[in-house]
Design a protein around this ligand. Sequence first.
Ligand code: URP
Ligand code: ZN
Ligand code: ZN
Length: 479
Amino acid sequence: MSSFDLVIKGGTVATSGGVTTCDIGVRGGRIAALGEKIAGGDRIIDAGGKLVLPGGIDAHCHLDQPRAKGLASGGAVMADGFETGSRSAAFGGTTTIIPFAVQHRGQSLRTAVADYHLRADGNSYLDYAFHMVVSDPSPAVLGQELPALVQAGYTSLKVYMTYEAMVLSDRQILDVLATARELGALVMIHAENFECLTWLTERLEAAGKTEPKYHATSRPMAVEREATHRAIALSEIADVPILIVHVSGREAADEIRRAKARGINIRAETCPQYLLLTEADLDLPDFEGAKCMCSPPPRDKASQGVLWQGLKDGLFDILSSDHAPYRFDANGKKLHGMRAPFRKVANGLPGLETRAPLLFSEGVVAGRIDIERFVALNSANAAKIYGIYPRKGTISIGADADIALWDPEKRVTICNADLHHNVDYTPFEGMVVQGWPVTVLSRGDVICDNGELLGAKGRGRFLECGPPEPVSRKETAWT
Ligand code: URP
Ligand code: ZN
Ligand code: ZN
């Protein structure tokens, strides 16, 4: 018997901290040795000519989420649960997913989390953690449930400034932030002004402007800019860091940059759709624009440039997919028919599998970011921010052997028929990317190899998250 279960030989190993050529010895699912010419190994993988990167972490995706009752688009069914969602993510070089356990109003948060475990258990190919969505911050949730849940490894939660079924008032957000501060949890905020977009939606509907393209008109940049500014102010008042999710364009990015310049500890995320799509994609004929409807909506070319700059210079910490999978059929986007007003069309688009390849191709290959920054955005930062580092997000001794071997030369034309999710379209159809993860390991098991699925369904484990990094706390007058 050799001293390693597996040795990955001769690859170019990159982490967020640097690049080197070395072998990796894996034992018991963890990285046990890094060095030149590691001998032995029950199995050898020749990584010559490949980039050997930490597996990706998609820290914002929606799987198997039942829709809240009472939504205009209510009834649309998510096409991906943990099985197809994690499978698809794995083929795109992602080895950890963090979807949302959503509390519906009147529901206990613990019950919501227990429900998500039932949905995930036995189904995921990948390790997973949960963010919680708090839509009903009752005294019981804030005083009893959240403390117990944070202690049990659910250390991040999302609140919404929009969506009828989820929106919290500023006062409620402050209550959640103060609780997160007390517990050392991280609050993610969906920043769009609900009152303003509802007012605009009603005006547009009254004028008969209901096609998918008006979804973008109903949620202009000012709607997001105002909410981003307010979210930052609330975080400042509560004196606790927040993470602004799915930032779509320049004005919201500017708010975050200004806040950071004032020394406010704030984190930010953007997504491939905001780098590659524009508002014009919502105007495709035959209702096809509905495929690109998400909230906030894609903006314009100028915003794409601002977001790339922010990915490069550290304004953004993570790039997530915000995978929200609805098929282009009568269970999904077309639930209310091809002439449905945009208000009734389910928001969201798929992207678990394409997230990392798009960032690699448009980022690294196109010369916008270097490989270390790619690793930071693809995995290391999410692992740190959500309290699973260094177990995930790096290649170091003791870390889980979650590794993706990328062929940096491989050219792929993105085609939905080749993807592994259960959605019947991709908004990135026809885009040509260079660089693709050809072999993917999770805890030392090869789960995908040259287009073949080798991992077993249900092998993924729940990850208890530790404290998010960094959560600064100082005394305030109100504590
Ligand atoms: O349109 C989107 N982004 N759908 C997913 C839900 C969310 O707010 O992230
Ligand atoms: Zn959101
Ligand atoms: Zn989302």
